[in-house]
Design a protein around this ligand. Structure first.
Ligand code: ZN
Length: 369
């Protein structure tokens, strides 16, 4: 360990660590922002469908998406759009926005699905009930994608208010609330997942990151922006009748990846993203809807990587604390104001130019030591 002995050495070390922390913060933003822009571009066909009629677009996506054969749910339950649930989700998102933010934007990266009308399902959907577009579908996400089955799916719905509240608790650094979620709510949703999460939850690391606040807030702001940008029909396209379950699973798993430093959650997200990618990999020129799913899968992997980078940042901050350096911590901000600031900032995250948004390149994996 470096032991600065003179004021000059202390100053040098402070500068070095501050520089490394700044680089790490920028790397996190760059990764998340580039993933977000790639996704919003690819979501164009889903946006167009959703703008026409949300409910009908959802039903069409469920019927014509990746149903495993023989799509039994089509016979058992013809309508899968749960208007009550999705309007509840939409209300939750509206409440988390800045007051008065009701006008829909035509910009792809500002568009949010909850500002569109949900629409209503016609009594007869009018879609041909086909057993899925792809006869060789290797998966069945009827009860979600993370292997929890019907009970898990039901419990996700039951506890959805708590799931939706978790990012806000992390954003305000509510350690007690997070503990309560991990010790009481998560075991009620799925005991196995709760055991994995508590085994990989590093209380000290997370506590210090909550105090640092900034990088976690940025990560969560991008996560919320993703859930606002992805029209619900995307989940129905992937999981058919399990669309709602998939959305709730991801809303649970992503913040857990931020909270859990050991790789159990990270592995589960990677496995899911890779299964999505395998599914469209054979197709060199994927259909636009599949291309959107492909981009969504890449984004999930980028979010998992960025969560790791947030944890690495903590190592730099811990070193600064150990050496008792006067270290530049960033001022606190709120989740929704951070989200708005990100949306309003149209500069290129690589070079600051206002002429373009990014360099079209996805971030690789650079390990900061
Ligand atoms: Zn640039």
């Amino acid at each position: 360990m470096r032991k600065p002995v003179s004021p000059i050495a202390i100053e040098l070390l402070t500068k070095e660590l501050a520089y490394e922390a700044k680089e790490q913060r920028e790397s996190i933003v760059l990764r998340l922002h580039s993933a977000f822009l790639h996704l919003t571009e690819a979501l164009q066909p889903f946006r167009e469908q959703w703008q026409g009629s949300g409910a009908a677009a959802y039903q069409a996506a469920a019927e014509c998406g990746w149903n495993p054969p023989p799509a039994k749910w089509l016979h058992a339950k013809r309508s899968v759009f749960d208007a009550g649930l999705w309007s509840g989700v939409s209300d939750t998102m509206r409440q988390a926005a800045l007051p008065g933010d009701e006008t829909q934007s035509t910009e792809a990266d500002e568009w949010v699905w909850w500002k569109e009308r949900l629409g209503a399902l016609p009594a007869i959907t009018g879609f041909k009930l086909l057993p899925g577009g792809l006869p060789g579908a290797p998966h069945d996400f009827t009860h979600g994608a993370f292997g929890g089955g019907a009970t898990f799916a039901a419990r996700l719905q039951e506890h959805r208010a708590a799931i939706f509240g978790l990012p806000a608790m992390i954003a305000i650094g509510d350690g007690q609330g997070i503990d309560d979620f991990l010790e009481r709510v998560l075991p009620a949703i799925r005991p196995k997942l709760a055991r994995e999460a508590s085994a990989s939850y590093n209380r000290q690391l997370i506590g210090e990151l909550l105090a640092e606040h900034d990088s976690m807030l940025t990560w969560l702001a991008y996560m919320e922006m993703v859930f606002e940008a992805v029209p619900p029909a995307l989940y129905a396209h992937i999981a058919g009748s399990g669309g709602v379950t998939l959305m709730l699973e991801l809303r649970l798993m992503l913040p857990l990846a931020l909270l859990c430093a050991r790789p159990a959650i990270d592995h589960a997200i990677h496995a899911f993203a890779e299964s999505l990618q395998c599914f469209v990999e054979d197709d060199e020129d994927p259909a636009p809807l599949d291309a959107a799913v492909q981009e969504f899968a890449r984004l999930l992997i980028d979010f998992a990587r960025a969560a790791k980078e947030v944890h690495e940042l903590e190592e730099l901050l811990a070193e600064a604390r150990t050496e008792e350096l006067k270290f530049p911590f960033l001022p606190h901000s709120e989740l929704r104001t951070r989200k708005t600031a990100i949306r309003q900032d149209k500069s290129c995250r690589c070079c600051g130019s206002l002429e373009h948004r990014g360099h079209g390149v996805r971030m690789g994996t650079v390990a900061y030591e």
